[in-house]
Design a protein. Structure first.
Length: 202
């Protein structure tokens, strides 16, 4: 909980926006009493109804946030979202089923995606399988390698790499006679859940 000064009303609009983002949607409009309760719980302040009315008008009319009335004008909620719940679900499913995203990165991505939803999102999708029940790449260098290749593409640079294959016991072993190869990459493409680098080698 973050305590705010009762005399300083400048952060109230930002706190109000955070509360509406986290606790409201079309199915869960918030009354003034509910909003004030969350202010007291999260920020240890109790704004008046008049203050909330002015701050809602500021967010809606001055900053173009889509704050609308609930059904039968019961409460208010934030209608515009970066992602709809079903879109977040689709993105999380793609992370869960991706074989090339390392397990630790998959967990981090799922947590970040879940944080983009409101307080009710995790409850709606409890049926989602745990990330560790899916087959994920174990290499922790995956995203670092992607970033390095992308940088080489955009900067028209070459880089040196070692071409490996996975042995029966799961370890990586060098493939071929040349242990160090020079690549001039042109593009990265994702086909059937796998990344491929388009490059000249030599």
């Amino acid at each position: 909980m973050v305590a705010l000064s009762k005399e300083d009303k400048r952060p109230i609009a930002l706190c109000l926006l955070k509360i509406l983002k986290k606790y409201s949607d079309e199915a869960h409009p918030m009354t003034y009493d509910a909003i004030i309760a969350k202010f007291k719980e999260d920020y240890n302040i109790e704004p008046s109804r008049n203050t909330l009315t002015r701050q809602i008008e500021l967010l809606r009319d001055g900053l173009d946030y889509d704050i609308v009335d609930g059904k039968n004008r019961q409460g208010k909620y934030l209608a515009d979202r970066l992602f709809e719940d079903i879109q977040l679900k689709a993105l999380m499913d793609s992370v869960l089923t991706s074989k090339y995203i390392p397990q630790a990165n998959a967990k981090e991505l799922l947590n970040k995606l879940e944080s983009l939803g409101n307080a009710y999102f995790p409850k709606q999708y409890r049926h989602m399988h745990s990330y560790d029940q899916w087959n994920h790449l174990r290499s922790p260098q995956f995203f670092a390698s992607l970033e390095m290749i992308e940088e080489a593409i955009w900067q028209h640079k070459q880089f040196v790499f070692t071409y490996n294959k996975r042995a029966m016991d799961g370890t990586l072993v060098v493939k071929g006679r040349d242990k160090r190869l020079v690549a001039h990459p042109f593009d990265l493409v994702c086909i059937d859940g796998q990344y491929y680098m388009i490059a000249t080698i030599g």
